[in-house]
Design a protein around this ligand. Structure first.
Ligand SMILES: *[C@@H]1O[C@H](CO)[C@@H](O)[C@H](O)[C@H]1NC(C)=O
Ligand SMILES: *[C@@H]1O[C@H](CO)[C@@H](O)[C@H](O)[C@H]1NC(C)=O
Ligand SMILES: *[C@@H]1O[C@H](CO)[C@@H](O)[C@H](O)[C@H]1NC(C)=O
Ligand SMILES: *[C@@H]1O[C@H](CO)[C@@H](O)[C@H](O)[C@H]1NC(C)=O
Ligand SMILES: *[C@@H]1O[C@H](CO)[C@@H](O)[C@H](O)[C@H]1NC(C)=O
Ligand SMILES: *[C@@H]1O[C@H](CO)[C@@H](O)[C@H](O)[C@H]1NC(C)=O
Length: 240
């Protein structure tokens, strides 16, 4: 079995096998222009302060990773600086039902959060449209963003949103059709879990976990959103 790390801000010793806390962050990239990605959502547990990213896919739904599930999650919309958060919105969590059933939890790492108060869209809060069909060709020019750690081996969450460009690897290198992957010395870091991988302006992936490939290179895995469209529509259409 491969060793892998989730990209949350908490060690998940109880749920990943073997569990080792991820210890690097969005290394490289640049600070995003404030509010240039208005779909981006900051997610935090009010008790543990464990943080994740997410993205607004409808006025009443945020998409994120299933391993970001905690008991007291709040979502924050239109965030620029995490030290100055707007009022949080409470949610009901819909993690993919198969995620909890796996031993190593490397698949089906997708969750929808239903906002108890729907978002009011404006210049700094907006929706990003999901892929329309699972037949779309995924562009390999991608970008990932988050408020996660910025340095290897150093707790260094970013107060402001950061983004980095990445190139998608061929499907054969990722191991499963449910997964997209990128490789390199830059990319999502601890605290960036749940954020979107935007390829050609479409959210195609959800930041999930990484594996060390070489001592300096990491293979980062993302949930392949297209693969889950039927499940996504089933959940969201249940609240129309
Ligand atoms: C996770 O478990 C599945 C089924 O038990 C296995 O096929 C897969 O290779 C495992 N993945 C990793 C990364 O260990
Ligand atoms: C975003 O936050 C940063 C860091 O606090 C601050 O310097 C900047 O002025 C803020 N920008 C906007 C548009 O709020
Ligand atoms: C947009 O909505 C957010 C969240 O509801 C709010 O914090 C922000 O002040 C609003 N911005 C404008 C320009 O109305
Ligand atoms: C990512 O690529 C786009 C277009 O190629 C470019 O405009 C942008 O500045 C790049 N972003 C970063 C963080 O390098
Ligand atoms: C992602 O899922 C879609 C829909 O199932 C599939 O067509 C596509 O090949 C997958 N992408 C990769 C890179 O595996
Ligand atoms: C990982 O590292 C090996 C050895 O350098 C290399 O051949 C391979 O292309 C890298 N990437 C993946 C996805 O395994």
């Amino acid at each position: 079995m491969n060793i892998f790390w989730f990209i949350t801000t908490l060690l998940l010793l109880h749920s990943c096998t073997p569990g080792v806390g991820m210890d690097h962050g969005i290394v490289g990239g640049k600070v995003s222009i404030p509010h240039s990605h208005p779909y981006m959502v900051y997610i935090r547990d009010t008790q543990t302060h464990s943080a994740c990213g997410g993205f607004l896919v409808r006025e009443d739904f945020v998409m994120t990773a299933a391993h970001c599930k905690r008991d007291h999650l709040m979502v924050y919309l239109g965030v620029n600086d995490t030290n100055h958060l707007p009022e949080g919105i409470e949610v009901d969590a819909f993690p993919h039902p198969n995620f909890a059933l796996q031993i190593n939890k490397t698949c089906d790492d997708i969750m929808l959060l239903k906002l108890k108060t729907p978002a009011t869209l404006n210049k700094t809060v907006n929706i990003i449209d999901l892929p329309e069909t699972n037949k779309e060709k995924i562009s390999s020019n991608c970008m990932v963003m988050g408020w996660g750690w910025q340095e290897y081996n150093e707790k260094s969450a970013s107060r402001v949103l950061k983004e980095v460009n990445l190139t998608l690897l061929d499907a054969e290198n990722c191991g499963a059709p449910q997964i997209l992957c990128t490789e390199g010395t830059v990319g999502p870091a601890r605290g960036d879990s749940g954020g979107p991988l935007i390829c050609g302006n479409v959210p195609q992936g959800i930041v999930s976990y990484y594996k060390m490939n070489e001592s300096t290179s990491y293979l980062t895995m993302y949930t392949n959103i297209s693969h889950y469209l039927p499940w996504i529509h089933k959940i969201m259409n249940g609240f129309l």
